[in-house]
Design a protein around this ligand. Structure first.
Ligand SMILES: *Cc1c(COP(=O)(O)O)cnc(C)c1O
Length: 500
C-alpha cells in the first residue's frame, strides 16, 4: 500500500515515510492510494483492542511487520488505560457512548498518541534516519499532555512543548508542568496560543536552527493531527464499537450503525469515514460542532468560509476554524482530483473561503450529516443526561449527544447510534459542575478542588492521572517570550543530550 499527497506533487511513498514526514513537501496531506477491505470475524469472540488495532494497522502499513505492529499495539493499549476494554461502549438511554478517554491524559488524543511515537521510531529505522528526532509542539491544551505521555522515554526522540501562558486551563497546565521523563521539556510562552504556534512555525522555517540541530545530529519533527500516524490508529475504535454492539446483541452482522462525533480538526470523524471505506457497515457520520460552526455550514452548503467570529466555548478542543483533515475527505470524494484540491486550498489560504461543486457536495452528504450546538444547549444537555440517565457528559461529548438527538428527530433514522465521548468530564469539571446546577463551584479558588467536588456530587471516580496532580512536583517552570523560543530549543537540546 502506498501513499501520496492530496495536492498531487511528489513521489508515492510508504507508510513509514508518510509517518516520518508528517506533511508532504507540497503542503498536502498523505493519503492512501486505495483503502484495503477487511473481513470482520463474527464466529469467534471479538478480538481484544490491541489485537484489533494491530490487525487493521497491518492492512494500512504493510511496510511494518505484523510482529512489529502487534508489539506496538500491545504496549500502547495496556494498563496505561484504566479500563480493560480500552475504549468501553456503554449504553445510555437509547444510544451508546464510546468512551475514548480512559488513557493516561483523560482525553481521546491518547488513542492515537500512545501508539504513534512507537510507529514513528520504527519509521526512522525503516527509512534509514540516523539522527535523533526532536518533536516540537505548540498546544492549546489536550494535545500537549497527550504527546508528552506518548513520547516520554521513547528511544531516539525528545519532545519539547510550548504552551501559552494565557490560554490553557489550570488542570491542563498542571498536567504538563508535572510531566516526568528524561526526554521531555515544557515551556510557557508569554502570550496566547497563536503566539506559541507562530513561534514553533518560525523555528521549523529557520535554516540556522536546522543547521545547528543537524550538527548535533538532531532533526525536527511534529506530532500534530495531520500526521497519518495519528489518523490510522483511530480507525480501530470504530470497529471495536461495532464488535461491542454485536456482542451485546444490539445489532446483527452487517446492520448499519451511525456515529456522532464531536469535531474540531476533522481527524476523529475522518477515521470513521476510513473505517467505512474498509468495509465497516457505517450509516451516517454526524459531524457535531459548537458555535464555531464552519463545518456545519460547509457540509450543508458546500461553502467553506472561515471569515467569521471566533468563539471561545466550553468545548475548547473544538474551537477551530480551519479543519485541516477535511482536505483528505475532499481528495477521496473527488477521486483524487489533485488539481481541484490545490485550487480550493489556495483559495482557503488567500481568501479564507472556497466552494465545492454540487456533485462533490452530494457525494459528501451520502456519508455525513452536520449539526451545531449552542453553549446553552450544551449546558442543558449535560444537565438533562445527568438527571435522566445519571451519566456525566463532558462539554465536547454533550455537543455530539445533542447533535445526535437532533439528527434522529429530523431524519427519523432509527439505526443504532454511537456517540463518541472524547474527554472525561473531570477534565472540564468547572463547566460540568455549573451545568449540573452547582453554582457555588464558580467561587472555588483551587481548580483541583473542583475535581473532588464533582466526584462528591456525582459519585463518579476521578481518573488516576488527574487525581495525582495535586501531589505531583512542579518540574517545568521555564517561561519565555516568543523571541526566546529558539534559545529554549538550544538549551533543551543540550540538556537532553547530556543525560543520554
Ligand atoms: C481534539 C479533540 C476533539 C476534536 O477532534 P478532531 O480530531 O480534531 O476533530 C474533540 N474533543 C476533545 C476533547 C479533543 O481533545
Amino acid at each position: 500500500m502506498q501513499y501520496r499527497s492530496t495536492r498531487g506533487n511528489g513521489q508515492l511513498c510508504s507508510g513509514a515515510e508518510a509517518i516520518r514526514s508528517g506533511i508532504a513537501a507540497d503542503g498536502g496531506l498523505f493519503v492512501p492510494l486505495k483503502m484495503p477491505i477487511v473481513n470482520m470475524s463474527w464466529a469467534n469472540k471479538p478480538p481484544t483492542y490491541d489485537k484489533l488495532a494491530a490487525e487493521l494497522l497491518g492492512e494500512l502499513l504493510p511496510d511494518y511487520t505484523q510482529e512489529e505492529l502487534t508489539r506496538c499495539a500491545a504496549a500502547a493499549y495496556a494498563d496505561n488505560f484504566d479500563n480493560p476494554d480500552i475504549a468501553p461502549l456503554v449504553r445510555v438511554g437509547s444510544r451508546s457512548i464510546l468512551e475514548l478517554w480512559h488513557g493516561p491524559t483523560s482525553a481521546f488524543k491518547d488513542m492515537a498518541l500512545q501508539i504513534m511515537p512507537r510507529l514513528l521510531t520504527l519509521a526512522l529505522e525503516k527509512t534509514g534516519e540516523s539522527s535523533d528526532i526532536l518533536i516540537l509542539v505548540a498546544t492549546s491544551g489536550d494535545t500537549g499532555k497527550a504527546a508528552l505521555e506518548g513520547f516520554k522515554d521513547v528511544q531516539g526522540t525528545s519532545i519539547l512543548i510550548f504552551y501559552p501562558s494565557e490560554g490553557v486551563s489550570e488542570v491542563q497546565r498542571r498536567q504538563m508542568v508535572t510531566q516526568e521523563g528524561a526526554n521531555v521539556g515544557v515551556v510557557a510562552v508569554k502570550g496566547n496560543f497563536d503566539d506559541a504556534q507562530t513561534g514553533v512555525k518560525q523555528i521549523f522555517a529557520d535554516s540556522a536552527i536546522r543547521e545547528m540541530l543537524a550538527q548535533k545530529h538532531w532533526k525536527l519533527s511534529s506530532a500534530n493531527s495531520i500526521n497519518w500516524g495519528r489518523l490510522a490508529p483511530q480507525i480501530a475504535y470504530y470497529f471495536s464499537a461495532y464488535y461491542a454492539l454485536y456482542g451485546k446483541g444490539t445489532i446483527q452482522a452487517g446492520n448499519l450503525v451511525n456515529f456522532s462525533v464531536p469535531t474540531g480538526n476533522f481527524g476523529n470523524i475522518l477515521a470513521g469515514y476510513y473505517a467505512k471505506q474498509m468495509g465497516l457497515p457505517v450509516g451516517r457520520l454526524i459531524c457535531a460542532s459548537n458555535e464555531n460552526n464552519v463545518l456545519t455550514d460547509f457540509l450543508r452548503t458546500g461553502v467553506y468560509d472561515r471569515n467569521r467570529p471566533f468563539h471561545q466555548t466550553i468545548s475548547p478542543s473544538m474551537d477551530i476554524l480551519i479543519s485541516s483533515n477535511l482536505e483528505r475527505l475532499l481528495y477521496h470524494t473527488t477521486q483524487g482530483d489533485t488539481e481541484r484540491i490545490r485550487s480550493w486550498m489556495t483559495q482557503l489560504n488567500s481568501q479564507g473561503r472556497y466552494e465545492v461543486d454540487t456533485e462533490t457536495l452530494s457525494e459528501i452528504k451520502k456519508n455525513f450529516w452536520a449539526e451545531w450546538v449552542s453553549e446553552t444547549e450544551a449546558r442543558q444537555t449535560i444537565q438533562q443526561v445527568w438527571e435522566q440517565e445519571k451519566y456525566l457528559l463532558d462539554p465536547h461529548t454533550a455537543v455530539a449527544w445533542k447533535a445526535a438527538a437532533t439528527y434522529e428527530m429530523k431524519t427519523l433514522d432509527d439505526a443504532p447510534l454511537v456517540v463518541l465521548s472524547t474527554a472525561s468530564p473531570f477534565k472540564f469539571a468547572d463547566s460540568v459542575l455549573l451545568a449540573i446546577g452547582d453554582v457555588g463551584a464558580a467561587a472555588e479558588k483551587e481548580p483541583l478542588d473542583l475535581l473532588v467536588r464533582l466526584s462528591e456530587k456525582t459519585g463518579w471516580r476521578i481518573p488516576a492521572g488527574l487525581s495525582e496532580l495535586a501531589s505531583k512536583a512542579l518540574r517545568h517552570k521555564q517561561i519565555c517570550k516568543v523571541e526566546g523560543m529558539p534559545e529554549a530549543v538550544g538549551s533543551f537540546i543540550d540538556t537532553v543530550s547530556s543525560v543520554r
